[in-house]
Design a protein around this ligand. Structure first.
Ligand SMILES: Nc1ncnc2c1ncn2[C@@H]1O[C@H](COP(=O)(O)OP(=O)(O)OP(=O)(O)O)[C@@H](O)[C@H]1O
Ligand SMILES: [Mg+2]
Length: 448
């Protein structure tokens, strides 16, 4: 696959020159002329590298860089004579910089270096999952509940205390973790996210702690782990409730001693990371049931941040809707929701929280099509037409469905609610993940 580059530059001519030169050099190109447009494209296209002008009409100085540099290599385009700017940019995590007028040979060289660097990193399973799935937009919301949340974030940010973020699926725990990092003195260093549920225990240990040459078959050179990659920065352990007993013990040791050991090593290293963990499980109950170590739980929850579900902060809904419609519009005219449609959104109970809201908004925008006003009829899953019960359950029972119809409809509601996360769906259904897989396959085979 061709590596992709997004050029963000408001000067039309320079923008075209850059796109042409890099297309010729074999890159898959995207271009944007404003920060708003760039944001939308970042989300939609997930480029490998970004070439970013320092002087955009709708952005402040280094603001855009701060937002994206931790997610993907970003190369700054700066005007001749503002080298101090470039230095500041490098400190904020820019991969490199180019001074205008841009020398095309230098351009290619710098891009190639950035792409190679990011591929290297992408070769590592965890980090790849981390960077691909994790673009981190801002944590939005003005509701009283969100204001309290911001106070907590500010209070914990500049301490070294481990923070534990809890809350239902889709409330935005990952965004909170990122906000803690951004508000801390570590913001110029890396934010490394690790998805604890995606890896097997043995692999996980070597990814997290690194390994020495010869530690196991195939370890032909020493490799530092993610703790070292995050040195000076923040290590985000997502879905912490999912790690097994052996890793729980090892992690406890890191938290207690501030030290860790590479697999196959004989000496410890100091862990210079701030740890933030998140889970949507009830860890306290897991402790009672013997599935999670009590001592680790107490260490982790040195500072607990509970993120409220969306239904407890309905005042944020309108703002979030505007955010998601603008993002979809990719710089064009965004859809607006009619009062009636917004009312429906406010009434709904949002079991899948902000993630579900995002999915509902995106679907509604598609359904509304060229009509830029979204009406209740574009919100089929929320459109309460039945007496009693929630709108979803009435959709579930519409007509005289067979048991299989109900199964299929319920499955599709859950898949939408949990963003296709089969593990979550299986949990809700109370079946094994394998059974859920089989159900989904069976129904997908049947839908044309
Ligand atoms: N306050 C918010 N402002 C803007 N976007 C948000 C907000 N909260 C959540 N989102 C968006 O909703 C989606 C889900 O958020 P996130 O992945 O952080 O949830 P989560 O709590 O980690 O869920 P899970 O437990 O399922 O992993 C993301 O696309 C995120 O960008
Ligand atoms: Mg999450």
């Amino acid at each position: 696959m061709k590596p992709s580059v997004l050029v963000v530059e408001d000067d039309v001519v320079l923008n075209q020159i850059l796109v042409r030169a890099l297309t010729k050099a074999g890159y898959d190109m995207g271009s944007a002329r404003t920060w708003t447009e760039a944001r939308a494209k970042l989300d939609a296209q997930a480029p490998d590298v970004v070439l970013l002008d320092m002087n955009l009409p709708d952005a402040q100085d280094l603001g855009p860089l701060g937002e994206i540099a931790s997610d993907r290599p970003t190369i700054i385009l700066t005007a001749h004579g503002s080298i101090d700017h470039a230095v500041r940019a490098m400190r904020m995590g820019a991969a490199d910089y180019l001074v205008k007028p841009v020398n095309l040979e230098e351009l290619e060289l710098v891009i190639r270096r950035a792409v190679d660097g990011s591929r290297l990193r992408a070769g590592r399973a965890v980090d790849h999952a981390a960077s691909a799935a994790r673009r981190t937009p801002d944590l939005l919301g003005n509701s009283p509940a969100m204001k309290r949340l911001w106070d907590l974030i500010a209070a914990v940010a500049d301490t070294q205390v481990t923070a534990l973020i809890t809350g239902e699926s889709g409330v935005g725990k990952e965004l909170v973790a990122h906000a803690v990092h951004q508000a801390s003195g570590r913001r110029h260093e890396r934010f490394v996210a690790v998805d604890c549920c995606t890896l097997q225990e043995t692999l996980f240990e070597s990814e997290l702690f690194g390994y020495e040459r010869g530690a196991f078959t195939g370890a032909d050179r020493r490799k530092p782990g993610l703790i070292e990659a995050a040195a000076g920065g923040t290590l985000f352990l997502d879905e912490i409730g999912d790690i097994g007993a052996a890793l729980q013990a090892k992690l406890l040791r890191v938290l207690e001693t501030g030290r860790f050991r590479r697999v196959g090593a004989t000496a410890d290293l100091r862990a210079d990371v701030r740890i933030v963990a998140a889970t949507n499980r009830d860890l306290q109950r897991m402790v009672q049931q013997g599935q999670f170590r009590a001592d680790l739980y107490y260490r982790l929850s040195g500072f607990a941040i509970e993120e409220p579900p969306l239904r407890d902060r309905r005042d944020d809904i309108a703002l979030l809707v505007r955010h998601f419609t603008q993002r979809r519009a990719a710089g064009g005219v965004p859809h607006v929701f009619s009062d009636a449609a917004l009312r429906l959104l406010r009434q709904y109970h949002w079991p899948g929280n902000v993630r579900e809201l995002r999915n509902v908004v995106e679907r509604a925008v598609l359904l509304a099509g060229p009509n830029t006003v979204v009406e209740p009829r574009h919100l089929p899953t929320l459109n309460a037409d039945a007496v009693g019960g929630t709108s979803e359950s009435s959709a579930l029972l519409q007509g005289e469905p067979t048991l299989e119809d109900i199964e299929r409809r319920y499955l599709s509601i859950l898949l939408q609610r949990y963003d296709g996360n089969r593990r979550r769906v299986a949990e809700v259904l109370g079946v094994s993940e394998r059974t859920a897989y089989r159900m989904i396959d069976r129904f997908e085979a049947k839908t044309p």
